[in-house]
Design a protein around this ligand. Structure first.
Ligand SMILES: CC(C)[C@H](C(=O)O)[C@@H](O)C(=O)O
Ligand code: SF4
Length: 470
């Protein structure tokens, strides 16, 4: 009898092509997503070596990081970004890869369009030259970021050399209180384990609170596995997963879907399988969470106060947290709910999906964005935008004073015109808050979409659990 295996073990075993003498393995890669930032040298390498793309049909390319989120029907304004986008357009033409350009209605953030198209499926190995490829693990796939030289290797061979990571399980039991969301779960996990907590591991998220989440919520959690230091994050596929995947443009259809589903149903961790590390959290105890520093582990309950680094015994850690507070312009002891915001950013591959926009519109209702606050909403893809418009969400949000933009990475990182100005403070639904992430000297507080929406209306953080309904 074979010994009990984890979900990660099973997908790994099903993709090993060869084990090398040094213990590393050659893995077959089912899906390769490509964006403009990490692909140019990879294609250049193929050209130089006179090689082709091994499986163009398993490769999908899109522009997201450099696109402007204002009108782009007349082209991209910034010359450097334009060059970058044109390079990808030329590469996909030369190598015969499907491509969603800046005007394609399917264009969007690479980690949003994969699932949307049914390109992302359970049981697959999925890579992209982008750290947040972990998002796709929400489908019960083994998905992780790779470097540019690996992008070239995958393009040329459809395989990747990998060492197996260790198994870690984070179990979230119980039921989330109203107003507390998937984003709060993952911020709480990172607060608990730290940004190095998952190093060398693939995390499987399990437990009632995870099972109860929509695919959108599961993607939010897997997305930030990287901020917790893990190689990848995953959730075992179940009825929620299959319902999401069914009828997507690139998903198998009819009998092929049924056959695939039978395989996907086997992708669960066996009873008694070994995890190198286990962490447990109770969802019922989780508050809405706000980050106060310059690392995703610097998090606290919205009911808390900015912590005092003087209480930290370890000198290096104390100095680094003092530096973070100075950068953030915050004083220890300040109530989180007394922190005033200049900007609100709703979007990114963490929280730019339809469910997120519905939540924002629900919280905002017929209220207005607070005077002096500038709030933008950047749908994660053209299809998310179209869906939101079909539901009338854009009308609610525009009437409230939100800026309703075109899809892309936008102000999640300053690689396009959307940036914080120096000193500006932003409530952001994205995943990273390090110095300068949203623009030089910009200050980022990571929160859920509901918390960002409430902050937009009041101009400071509020406890969403106390938000008037209706
Ligand atoms: C530009 C890209 C390589 C980068 C990543 O890998 O994550 C970006 O998406 C990010 O979120 O910082
Ligand atoms: S939205 Fe942000 S985190 Fe996601 S791929 Fe784009 S830049 Fe990276």
């Amino acid at each position: 009898m074979t010994s009990p295996r984890t979900l990660y073990d099973k997908i790994w075993d099903d993709h090993v092509v060869d084990v090398q003498p040094d213990g590393s393995s050659l893995l077959y890669i089912d899906r390769h997503l490509v964006h403009e930032v990490t692909s140019p040298q990879a294609f250049e390498g193929l050209r130089t070596a006179g090689r082709k793309v091994r499986h163009p049909e398993k490769t999908l390319a899109v522009v997201d990081h450099n696109v402007q989120t204002s009108d782009r029907t007349k082209g991209i304004d910034d010359p450097e970004s334009r060059t970058q986008l044109e390079a990808l357009a030329e590469n996909v033409r030369d190598f015969g890869i499907e491509f969603y350009d800046a005007l394609d209605r399917r264009q969007g953030i690479v980690h949003i369009i994969g699932p949307e198209q049914g390109f992302t499926l359970p049981g697959q190995t999925i890579v992209c030259g982008d750290s947040h490829t972990s998002t796709h693990g929400a489908f019960g796939a083994l998905a992780h970021g790779i470097g540019t030289s690996e992008v070239e290797h995958v393009l040329a061979t459809q395989t990747l050399v990998q060492r197996k990571a260790r198994n870690m399980r984070v179990t979230v039991d119980g039921t989330l209180p109203a107003g507390v969301t998937a984003k709060d779960i993952i911020l709480a996990i990172i607060g608990e384990i730290g940004t190095a907590g998952g190093t060398g591991h693939v995390i499987e998220y399990a437990g009632d609170a995870i099972r109860a989440l929509s695919m959108e919520g599961r993607m939010t959690i897997c997305n930030m596995s990287i901020e917790g230091g893990a190689r990848a994050g995953m959730v075992a596929p179940d009825a929620t997963t299959f319902a999401y995947v069914k009828d997507r443009p690139k998903a198998p259809k009819g009998a092929a879907f049924d056959a695939a589903r039978r395989y996907w149903e086997s992708l669960v961790t066996d009873e008694g399988a070994f995890f190198d590390r286990e962490v447990r959290l109770d969802a019922a105890n989780l508050p809405p969470i706000v980050s106060w520093g310059t690392s995703p582990e610097d998090v606290i309950s919205v009911q808390g106060r900015v912590p005092d680094p003087a209480e930290i015994a370890d000198e290096n850690k104390r100095q680094s947290k003092e530096k973070a507070l100075a950068y953030m312009g915050l004083t220890p002891g300040t109530r989180i709910t007394d922190i005033a915001l200049d900007r609100i950013f709703i979007g990114s591959c963490t929280n730019g999906r339809i469910e997120d926009l519905r939540e924002v519109a629900r919280v905002v209702g017929d209220r207005k964005v607070h005077e002096g606050v500038s709030a933008m909403i950047v749908p994660g893809s053209g299809l998310v935008k179209a869906q939101a418009e079909a539901e009338g969400l854009d009308k609610i949000l525009k009437a409230a004073g939100f800026d309703w933009r075109e899809p892309g990475c936008s102000m999640c990182l300053g690689m396009n015109p959307d940036k914080l100005r120096p000193g500006e403070r932003c409530a952001s639904t994205s995943n990273r808050n390090f110095e300068g992430r949203q623009g030089p000297r910009g200050r980022t507080h990571l929160v859920s979409p509901a918390m960002a929406a409430a902050a937009a209306v009041t101009g400071h953080f509020v406890d969403i659990r106390e938000w008037p309904q209706g």
